[in-house]
Design a protein around this ligand. Structure first.
Ligand SMILES: Cc1cc2nc3c(=O)[nH]c(=O)nc-3n(C[C@H](O)[C@H](O)[C@H](O)COP(=O)(O)OP(=O)(O)OC[C@H]3O[C@@H](n4cnc5c(N)ncnc54)[C@H](O)[C@@H]3O)c2cc1C
Length: 500
């Protein structure tokens, strides 16, 4: 039986492993950390569970191809989902703006806030409606489609293509200027980090309003562990605490990989489901650089990476009536060289097992970009200063929440502060990135087939291969890799399982 060796046990690695087992390969997943899951994870602090990932999972709508894929992977098989009413609620100058799941309600509530923006709001919602039929491609990667399949695929992307053409080159901040009401303007402008193209909000809201982006019960870590169970059920093998440090190749074929502790794993096919920078820079010693990635790594302006400061808080109380995700203005909080003037607070009141009874766990995410990430990586080398800075930011955020919700005083504690250095340390994430290259108005979307020029039996999988990254792309590209290997080996490929 041919052997597939997979470096990285995140969602992409687990997906590759499950499809390898389903398609008659023998496989092993080698994971650096003590738990598989990669960035799709959560952690316990005191009596609370902090969910570190899923704010929305594309593919939660039954009857769609993406949902079927998650079911096959064990991620959503028989799992209830929580369907929030609103993606986010934004408070601004005494006005509350909601990004409702019900698009008619979103439209009418925005018109009530700003009748003078009616035409712009109608146009905004019409574009979202037009995109609601958009589905992420699952069955086959583009490079494996025949001409008829390609024609069908591009025909199905007609509306998406039109929206990209119209809004892909306009920054969301610039698009937001079309709205006269300051609360609507700021809601849109601050929906995604500066520099994102306006198209991102249309795709995000089209997905959310078609009911395709809810939250699986039990959260991120439970979902990753269900995928681990599925992989093990299919006979897969996982080695944890196994960081691969060397990739041995000869005459265009990878022979084996070697872990930091000296363990060696040989195989017929190798899948790098780790951060691509780890593959190109560390494992291949920059000897097999890839043009598509190098060009992007060297041009941070057009291809920015985002990381996070992620603060977990425990509240001895319930959040009844408070929206799941709320953004509100705060007194400026200094973060390294910059400062923030609003806080985005998410609570997990819908998850009974994340906190003791009548208590709630909360998180606050603060995006960090290039220079900030580098500064965090530098700071993390100085343990005391790093700890001090994280604690200072955590406390400032706690105070700003209490200012907004005075009833929380004395009942709110900071549980944990993760920084870009945390993602780098745990997942080897380059610059702590938690999403692939951001869709800016000047960058070209990535479309990578995962093949590594010059090394025939090595493939790359993961969220980096196609926009917009995130969990669905990780899952799809893990599957795509095994599909490509089957094609190379002239063997049939199966997507289905008896679990359906
Ligand atoms: C705070 C946060 C919120 C997010 N929210 C969402 C969301 O709401 N929806 C969504 O779709 N996505 C979300 N994401 C993004 C999502 O988590 C990622 O897109 C996805 O988990 C990436 O999966 P991956 O398998 O491609 O990579 P990773 O998860 O990075 O997995 C790579 C794995 O490889 C391992 N590894 C690295 N180097 C080595 C080595 N040398 N040897 C062995 N193992 C190695 C790492 O430890 C890791 O386990 C979020 C991420 C974060 C951090």
């Amino acid at each position: 039986m041919q052997k597939v060796v997979i470096i990285g046990g995140g969602v992409a690695g687990l997906s590759a492993g499950i499809f390898a087992q389903m398609n008659g390969f023998n496989s092993v997943i080698l994971e650096k950390h003590h738990t598989p899951g990669g960035e799709c994870t959560g952690w316990d602090r005191q009596r609370y569970h902090i969910d570190g990932c899923i704010h929305w999972l594309v593919g939660t709508k039954e009857g769609t191809a993406m949902h079927d894929l998650w079911v096959t992977l064990g991620a959503l098989d028989g799992v209830e989902c929580y369907h929030p009413d609103s993606f986010m609620t934004v408070e601004q100058d005494g006005v509350e703006v909601n990004l409702y799941r019900d698009l008619d309600k979103l439209q009418s509530s925005w018109i009530t806030i700003s009748p003078q923006d009616t035409e712009t709001i109608n146009d905004f919602c019409a574009t979202i409606r037009k995109l609601q039929s958009f589905q992420i491609g699952v069955a086959k990667p583009l490079d494996m489609m025949n001409i008829v399949e390609k024609i069908r695929y591009f025909a199905s992307m007609k509306d998406a293509g039109a929206v990209m053409q119209k809004y892909g080159k306009i920054a969301l901040t610039q698009y937001a200027e079309r709205f006269k009401h300051p609360a609507l303007r700021r809601t849109l402008a601050e929906f995604v980090p500066d520099g994102y193209s306006a198209s991102s909000i249309f795709f995000a809201l089209a997905t959310f309003t078609q009911g395709q982006a809810s939250i699986p019960s039990g959260g991120s870590k439970a979902m990753a562990l269900r995928m681990v169970d599925r992989y093990l059920e299919f006979g897969g093998q996982i080695e944890t605490r196994c960081e691969i440090a060397e990739l041995v190749h000869e005459r265009g074929q990878v022979q084996r990989v070697v872990a930091k502790d000296g363990r060696s794993f040989s195989g017929d096919h190798f899948v790098a489901a780790c951060d691509p920078k780890v593959l190109f820079h560390d494992l291949l010693d920059d000897g097999y650089s890839d043009k598509a990635f190098e060009m992007r790594y060297q041009n941070q302006k057009d291809y920015p990476l985002a990381s996070n400061i992620y603060i977990g808080l425990g509240y001895e109380g319930t959040m009844n009536g408070i929206p799941r995700t709320l953004r509100f203005p705060v007194e400026p909080i200094k973060i390294l060289q910059t400062s923030i003037n609003n806080v985005q607070l998410t609570h997990y009141g819908y998850e009974p097992n994340f906190a003791p009874a009548r208590n709630t766990v909360l998180t606050v995410a603060i995006n960090q970009f290039a220079d900030e990430c580098d500064a965090w990586l530098e700071l993390a080398k100085h343990n005391e200063a790093y700890k001090h800075e994280k604690a200072r930011i955590g406390e400032a955020v706690r105070q700003s929440i209490i200012q907004r919700f005075p009833e929380m005083a004395g009942k709110l504690q900071v549980l944990d502060v993760a920084s870009p250095a945390t993602y780098n340390r745990y997942c080897n994430a380059h610059r702590g990135a938690f999403m692939a290259f951001l869709p800016t108005t000047t960058g070209k979307p990535m479309a990578h087939n995962g093949r590594i020029k010059g090394l025939r039996n090595l493939h790359l999988s993961g969220q980096w291969l196609q926009p917009p990254g995130g969990l669905p792309v990780a899952a799809v590209t893990g599957k795509d890799t095994i599909q490509r290997i089957c094609k190379d080996q002239r063997r049939p490929f199966t997507m289905g399982t008896s679990h359906h």
